[in-house]
Write a protein that binds this ligand. Structure first.
Ligand code: 5GP
Ligand code: ZN
Length: 123
């Protein structure tokens, strides 16, 4: 899509701090992190919002979600179980859709937040 910031990042026309790339997906650091770890995962294909995703995009959506635990592991925020079996650390995944959903960039993306709390403005 012309004039889409995240398409330009996917096409390497706009620089980003890329942490993962394959044929279909790109993950990079958020420019204005709201948590110690704040990554964005995008499909390279332009999809404006989750609402525009088609049935044939279901596997792609699954790949976006499935990348989260791998990135969390690589960035030291994966869920770790203590000796008593209780979970520690962890991360949040979030997709904003539309204005009331808080979406600002209209190229589908999943946020991954992690690291010691508190995080800016988030529960
Ligand atoms: P949204 O509110 O649309 O879910 O989130 C958009 C996110 O994109 C925001 O967290 C914002 O900081 C991030 N962002 C906006 N412009 C850029 C940019 O040029 N580069 C990177 N890496 N992140 C950006
Ligand atoms: Zn786009």
């Amino acid at each position: 899509m012309d004039n889409c910031l995240f398409c330009k990042i996917a096409a390497k026309q706009v620089p980003a701090s890329v942490v993962y790339e394959d044929d279909e997906l790109l993950a990079f650091k958020d420019i204005n992190p709201a948590a110690p770890v704040h990554l964005l995962v995008i499909p390279k294909k332009h999809i404006s919002t989750l609402t525009e995703a088609q049935p044939e995009d279901t596997l792609l959506l699954g790949k976006i979600l499935a990348l989260a635990p791998k990135l969390a592991e690589e960035h030291g925020v994966s869920v770790v179980y203590g000796e008593d079996g209780s979970p520690t650390r962890g991360y949040k995944t979030l997709i904003n859709s539309g204005p009331d959903g808080g979406q600002v960039i209209y190229h589908l993306h999943m946020h991954l937040y992690g690291g010691p709390r508190p995080w800016r403005g988030m529960h």
